[in-house]
Design a protein around this ligand. Structure first.
Ligand SMILES: NC(=O)C1=CN([C@@H]2O[C@H](COP(=O)(O)OP(=O)(O)OC[C@H]3O[C@@H](n4cnc5c(N)ncnc54)[C@H](OP(=O)(O)O)[C@@H]3O)[C@@H](O)[C@H]2O)C=CC1
Ligand SMILES: N[C@@H](CC=O)C(=O)O
Length: 430
């Protein structure tokens, strides 16, 4: 090891992820120091309650509730608090003082990434956030660096471990959403407020980050269409199973090519996939992200999307690379947003849906209802009607049908006198 002084690491948070980061820093300090070329000195751990019971026993003298003072003396600040404040202010203070920052906080990066990157650029510091998307899976660095010379066309996948765990348990064990969420929380997968998981906010933050990196364009969180899994019912799960399909919450970020120039679309919503689709084999809290790039073709990234030790791996990867830069020097620099593409409204995205309807139980009713689809330019790919009870399942095609047209046809169906109920609506991916 050369004679570089030790690097002062301030850790903010000792929850599911923070406690594991502290454990690894303390247990494997010598090995990490050898990799970096300088010791990584954990100077303190900022928490809300120094007496709280933790999964990992941490030296009492390292714990503090004075996060501002802890940040002030650090070379690198590792933020694992979650939420916007006080994380944002603490990181801006750290950057203003010239410290580098590592964070797993996707809500913060999605909402305030440009502000943090600008603050870092001003002082030549770095903000690293590999753990903010896909837990242990390397996806930020591949998009930011490995694919920087290619043209990314699409990033699509399962990016929230908690909701994947819940949907998986609903399919495989018949669990309720509430029971499966309680287990996911106990396993350390869920956010402090799990509404962020089940209502799709967490996945939407990740979609913001992925789309911004993939398309070199700032994609504000407000431009990401978001639906969570609270509308997924047992009946929808059973309907998917009857047709050999599986429900998953996916994020889709696409470059849409058009005569007026390329645009970007980013959205998060449940979909129904054939059980043979590779995403159908993503179980428990695993994540999988497919990237399609013009020259590279299709790439797939798979692994643990949540969990303390797994996420700590990504955090420590960032910490080691930042620490190496301190010791050896090397490039940092802001994320590229030079392309600045327009964002396509969700209504204009092409969509394929499966619809469960109950119509009045009279001959010819479905044919009359079908007129509504033609009126809204929505093609009907297939119709299956159960004899006797008026229930029908329709697949609505994509080539001309946009999300906007499907929404309009659903509104018209809801008002149609021969339609008793819309039983289920789910988007299909093949
Ligand atoms: N859990 C996971 O699988 C993953 C989490 N992430 C992200 O990592 C971050 C941390 O997640 P996780 O470890 O699960 O969160 P936890 O809720 O388990 O832990 C949060 C920690 O931060 C401390 N903390 C929170 N607010 C404050 C505050 N205002 N002042 C002082 N301390 C505070 C808590 O202190 P105390 O212990 O005293 O209450 C706790 O130690 C989040 O941004 C999350 O989105 C990213 C990928 C995966
Ligand atoms: N709550 C998140 C944690 C990781 O980002 C998830 O379940 O994916």
């Amino acid at each position: 090891m050369n004679s570089y002084r030790s690097l002062r690491i301030a850790l903010l948070g000792a929850g599911s992820v923070g406690a594991q980061v502290a454990r690894i820093l303390l247990e494997h300090g010598d090995e990490l120091a050898a990799r970096v070329g300088a010791p990584l000195e954990l100077v303190g751990i900022g928490v809300r309650d120094v007496d709280a019971k933790r999964d990992v026993e941490l030296p009492r003298e390292l714990l503090t509730t004075d996060l501002a003072t802890l940040v002030a003396g650090a070379d690198v600040v590792v933020e694992l608090l979650g939420g916007i404040e006080p994380a944002r202010t603490l990181l801006l203070d750290a950057l203003a003082a010239g410290a580098d920052v590592v964070t797993a906080n996707k809500a913060l990066v999605a909402a305030h990434g440009p502000e943090l990157f600008q603050a870092a650029e001003t002082v030549g510091a770095q903000v690293a956030y590999e753990a903010a998307v896909g837990g242990a899976i390397p996806i930020i660095r591949p998009l930011e660096q490995s694919l920087a010379g290619d043209r990314v066309l699409r990033v699509m996948g399962i990016v929230n471990g908690t909701t994947n765990f819940i949907l998986d348990r609903m399919h495989t064990e018949g669990s309720t959403l509430e029971d499966a969420l309680a287990t996911a929380t106990a396993l350390g997968y869920a956010e402090a407020d799990p509404t962020a998981d089940i209502e799709g906010y967490d996945a939407a933050s990740k979609a913001t980050i992925l789309a911004s990196l993939a398309f070199h364009t700032e994609v504000p969180a407000a431009c990401v269409h978001r639906e969570g899994i609270t509308g997924v019912t047992d009946a929808m799960v059973q309907q998917a199973e009857r047709t050999g399909r599986v429900l998953k919450l996916v994020a889709i970020c696409e470059r849409l090519e058009g005569d007026a120039g390329d645009r970007v679309s980013a959205r998060v919503h449940p979909v129904s996939l054939p059980s043979t689709h590779p995403l159908a084999a993503v179980h428990e809290a695993k994540n999988a992200i497919f990237v399609t790039a013009e020259a590279a073709g299709d790439l797939m990234f798979y692994g643990a999307g949540a969990g303390g030790p797994e996420t700590a791996s990504a955090v420590l990867g960032d910490l080691v690379s930042i620490a190496r830069r301190h010791v050896l020097g090397g490039p940092g620099g802001p994320a590229s947003t030079h392309a600045d593409l327009a964002i396509a409204p969700f209504d204009e995205v092409l969509a394929r849906h499966e619809l469960g309807l109950t119509v009045a139980d009279r001959p010819g009713v479905l044919a009359a209802v079908a007129g509504l689809f033609a009126e809204h330019d929505v093609s009907v790919e297939s119709v299956r009607q159960d004899p006797g009870d008026g229930s029908a399942s329709l697949v609505l095609g994509t080539h001309t049908a946009t999300e906007g047209r499907i929404a309009a046809v659903l509104e018209a169906l809801a008002a149609h006198t021969d339609v008793e109920r819309i039983d289920s609506v789910i988007r299909l991916i093949d």
